[in-house]
Design a protein around this ligand. Structure first.
Ligand SMILES: [Zn+2]
Length: 257
C-alpha cells in the first residue's frame, strides 16, 4: 500500500547537474547570480520544463541543451516571482531562423492588405511563445538584446488578459506610480525617437506600451547600469516588480571577483 502511494506520486524531473553546468556556465555568467540564486534558477527551470513543451518547427531539432538554455533565461524573469507567472499556456515553438508572419492589415481607407514581417520572436496571448534559434543564440553570446527575456516578459505582461505594459502588480506597489513612471518614460523615449535623438535604449521600445515593457525588461536584466542611468525611477519600478536588483547584484559580484 505504502509502496503504491510512493509509486503513484510523480516526482518532478530535475535538470541533471552536468547539463545545467554546461549550459548555465555559458549563458548565466554575465548576470552575476549568486550560488544560491543559481540553485533556485535550476529548480525553477526544471519545473518550467515539466510544465511546458518546447517543439521545433521548420525542420529545427530541439536538443536538451536548447531546452535548458531557453528555460534558464525565461526563468531569470521569475526568479523571485514564481512559476505561476507563466501559467495559462504550454507551448514554446522554435524555428531555426527568423520566421515570416503574414497578417491582414486594414488601412484607414478600409483597404485590407496582407503584411509580411520577419520576426525573431513572438508571444501569443494565451498561446505559444515562438522563438528563432538564431536570434536566441546571438543573444546568448553578447549582452544587450535577449529575445527570450523579451518574449517571456510579454507573457508576464499578458497575465491580466492584455499586453499593455501593465502586468499584475504586487500588493506593496502603487499602480498609479507604475503608470505615471512608465507613461512619462515612454513619452520621453517616443519624443526622442520621433526627433531622431539617439538614446541608449532600443528605439523599438517606442512602438507601443507593450513593447516598451518588454524592451525595458530586457534592458533591466541585460544592461541594468545603462537602464538605471537612463531612467532611475523606471529602474526602481521594474526592480520592485521583478523583486530583483541586477545592478547591485553585478556590483557585489565583481567586488568579490
Ligand atoms: Zn515584442
Amino acid at each position: 500500500m505504502l509502496l503504491n502511494l510512493f509509486r503513484r506520486r510523480r516526482l518532478p524531473s530535475r535538470i541533471s547537474y552536468r547539463l545545467w553546468q554546461r549550459v548555465a556556465n555559458r549563458i548565466l555568467a554575465r548576470f552575476g547570480l549568486s550560488p544560491t540564486e543559481r540553485v533556485r534558477l535550476r529548480s525553477l527551470a526544471s519545473r518550467f520544463l515539466d510544465r511546458k513543451t518546447i517543439n521545433g518547427a521548420g525542420g529545427f531539432v530541439v536538443t536538451d541543451e536548447i531546452r535548458v538554455a531557453i528555460a534558464a533565461q525565461a526563468c531569470l524573469l521569475i526568479l523571485y516571482l514564481g512559476i505561476e507567472y507563466f501559467d495559462g499556456w504550454v507551448e514554446v515553438i522554435v524555428y531555426p531562423d527568423t520566421f515570416v508572419t503574414s497578417r491582414d492589415v486594414r488601412e484607414d481607407t478600409g483597404l485590407v492588405h496582407t503584411r509580411e514581417t520577419a520576426l525573431g520572436g513572438e508571444a501569443w496571448l494565451r498561446g505559444p511563445v515562438i522563438l528563432a534559434w538564431r536570434d536566441v543564440a546571438v543573444g546568448m553570446l553578447r549582452s544587450g538584446t535577449n529575445v527570450v527575456l523579451h518574449e517571456f516578459a510579454h507573457k508576464i505582461d499578458m497575465l491580466n488578459g492584455v499586453a499593455n505594459g501593465m502586468p499584475p502588480l504586487h500588493a506593496d506597489m502603487a499602480s498609479e506610480q507604475w503608470s505615471q513612471t512608465l507613461s512619462a518614460s515612454y513619452e520621453n523615449l517616443s519624443r526622442a525617437v520621433a526627433n531622431r535623438v539617439w538614446t541608449d535604449i532600443d528605439p523599438y521600445a517606442a512602438e507601443n506600451p507593450a513593447e516598451f515593457f518588454a524592451v525595458m525588461s530586457e534592458t533591466f536584466f541585460e544592461r541594468p547600469e545603462i537602464l538605471y542611468r537612463y531612467d532611475a525611477a523606471l529602474y526602481q519600478q521594474l526592480s520592485q516588480f521583478y523583486r530583483q536588483d541586477p545592478r547591485t547584484r553585478r556590483e557585489s559580484f565583481s567586488w568579490f571577483g
